[in-house]
Design a protein around this ligand. Structure first.
Ligand code: ADP
Ligand code: MG
Length: 240
């Protein structure tokens, strides 16, 4: 579903992604961890072309993302993204936040989009908040709306960039539970998170990044028990 071949990415003269080779199958859940500044967000943002790679090849669902001729809108329709800071439209209701893209981008009739949105809101457990505005919701609820918004586009891949880092501890669990359910339904997911419980339970693979490189890829059981790389060991000893 997602394939990085010798991908390099620079920000000006700064070499942020170094020789990335990563292959993610449909239905796989990959958790990306690593120190701040190691390139995790950049890696994930390249997948839906929020960032452009400098060289190498990146293929998503058979489409060469880096190709000039790639239809970016079509690509982004297939990839949902959830950020640390929800990024909901503050002046739109929960329901409007979810129906906006399906109506405007996919051309789905308003009534049908609303029906689907209600279904997605039920799925994330907050159908009763359809008429509320983001500011009236807790952080965990806002993040669940953001997930429902991503799902409304019926994506093939969902990307999560530290989706629980901005949440109060007591609302982290409600977001992780939704993500676990999504993983169990077979969604292909790339998740930047340091939530070890989540990673252990649902990740098929842990990818450890440091200074722009993938230093280690391992099954969570092996990784958390005993990472092979010294820098991964050091990193774990700091976050645990
Ligand atoms: P992480 O998500 O692991 O913290 P990022 O991918 O956000 O890492 O950033 C990796 C490095 O690239 C950091 O040193 C960061 O300062 C730098 N960086 C990120 N975005 C930009 C940008 N738009 N322009 C220049 N440098 C950037
Ligand atoms: Mg980041």
């Amino acid at each position: 579903m997602i394939s990085f071949h010798q991908v390099q990415k620079h920000y000006g003269s700064f070499h942020v992604l170094k020789d990335i080779n990563l292959h993610i199958r449909a239905g796989e859940v990959v958790v990306v961890i690593g120190p701040s500044g190691s390139g995790k967000s950049t890696l994930v943002r390249c997948i839906n072309q929020l960032e452009t790679i400098t060289s190498g090849e990146l293929i998503v669902d058979g489409t060469k993302v880096s190709d000039r001729n790639t239809d970016l809108n079509k690509l982004r329709r297939e990839i949902g993204m959830v950020f640390q800071h929800f990024n909901l439209y503050p002046h739109k209701t929960v329901l409007q936040n979810i129906t906006l893209a399906p109506v405007k981008v996919l051309g789905i009739p308003e009534a049908q989009a609303r029906e689907t949105a209600m279904h997605d809101l039920q799925k994330v457990g907050i159908a009763d908040k359809a008429g509320s505005y983001p500011a009236q919701l807790s952080g965990g609820q806002q993040q669940r709306v953001a997930i429902a918004r991503g799902l409304a586009m019926k994506p093939k891949v969902m990307l999560f960039d530290e989706p629980t880092s901005a949440l109060d501890p007591e609302t982290i669990g409600e977001v992780l539970d939704i993500m676990k359910a999504l993983a169990k339904e077979g969604m292909t997911m790339v998740v930047v998170t340091h939530e070890m419980g989540f990673a252990r339970e649902v990740a098929d693979r842990i990818v450890f990044m440091d200074q722009g490189r993938i230093l280690e890829e391992a099954h969570p059981k092996d990784f958390y028990a005993e990472p092979r790389e010294e820098r991964a060991r050091l990193f774990l000893s700091r976050i645990l």
